[in-house]
Write a protein that binds this ligand. Structure first.
Ligand code: ATP
Ligand code: MG
Length: 275
């Protein structure tokens, strides 16, 4: 299976956030996306999953050649896409167990039902593997959960739904050091021929546990550099400024300044290059 994103443009309100983004993830691969705050990482995740907050203004997303952008959110989920949100929602009145069971039921053909005994056994096993409180499945979805508990709960859903492609948006934020290892290891366990992952993170520490194949750097609404794990260490040590210089990316403010300075700045650059 493959998830292919081509020349994706999207707006949030009047603001253009994604500006021609390309990405391809195949089953069996885990990709990481890193990038400064506000560059559009969560927007990308939301657009893939169909969050109505964003308007897609150009480009395409396909899953095995099928047009994802034409699908409703629930259809995207049934086709195997999953999003662990940066800020998970609370759903009052629905227990975790019911929520997950309904999602599994929605994947069944008409007339088929989730096998209750197997479901309970799988759920208990997953709760144990995530070292969550055994009570968690019976509480309302995320209601009153701590930040870290919410993040673990997203991974619980992922383990139960077994998606073909999972996007994990800052699953590491708010996790204590033990939870980070537990979550990282559980994500890594998903690795396999039928699983592709997109892990959005700011820090190397999560990627110490998840074995990623590719790393992409996102800036200003597009992927500006792709490579392997060596990029993670470089960013952890040096931040993003070196990339801006390397790629000639200028901040929007600098861009305006440059236009004002006009020919003068150009001349200066030329002399600099000669010396
Ligand atoms: N409806 C909107 N109107 C205007 N700007 C918006 C809207 N929605 C999002 N934005 C802006 O788009 C930019 C991208 O947001 P996004 O949440 O995708 O960033 P991010 O890369 O996930 O950042 P972080 O690392 O902080 O999570 C931000 O500057 C945000 O304020
Ligand atoms: Mg974000």
């Amino acid at each position: 299976m493959e998830l292919v994103i081509k020349n994706l443009h999207a707006n949030g309100g009047d603001k253009e956030i994604l500006k021609g983004l390309n990405l391809m993830i195949k089953s069996g691969e885990i990709h990481a996306i890193m990038g400064p705050n506000g560059t559009g990482k969560s927007t990308l995740a939301g657009v893939i999953m169909g969050n109505p907050k964003y308007d897609v203004t150009g480009g395409e997303i396909t899953l095995n050649g099928e047009d994802v952008l034409a699908m409703e959110v629930d259809e995207r989920s049934r086709k195997g896409l999953f999003l662990a949100m940066q800020y998970p929602n609370e759903i009052s009145g629905i227990t975790n167990a019911d929520f997950i069971k309904s999602a599994l039921q929605a994947r069944k053909k008409e007339g088929e039902h989730v096998a209750l005994f197997k479901f309970v056994r799988d759920l208990e096993k997953s709760v144990k593997e995530l070292k969550m409180d055994p009570d968690m499945p019976h509480r309302y979805v995320n209601e009153g959960f701590s930040g870290g508990e919410k993040k673990r709960n997203e991974i619980l859903q992922m383990k139960m739904l077994k998606p073909n492609f999972a996007i994990l948006d800052e699953i590491d934020s708010g996790l204590d050091i033990d939870a980070l290892r537990i979550v990282g290891e559980n994500v890594n366990q998903m690795r396999g021929e039928d699983f592709g992952g997109l892990v959005i993170t700011h820090y190397q520490r999560l990627l110490d546990y998840i074995d990623v194949d590719y790393v992409h750097i996102m800036m200003n609404g597009t992927i500006v550099k792709s490579g392997g794990k060596e990029l993670i260490a470089k960013i952890d040590a040096s931040g993003y400024d070196w990339l801006k210089t390397d790629l000639g990316i200028e901040e929007e403010v600098e861009e305006k300044k440059r236009i004002v300075l006009g020919a003068c700045a150009v001349k200066e650059t030329k002399w600099d290059n000669l010396s």
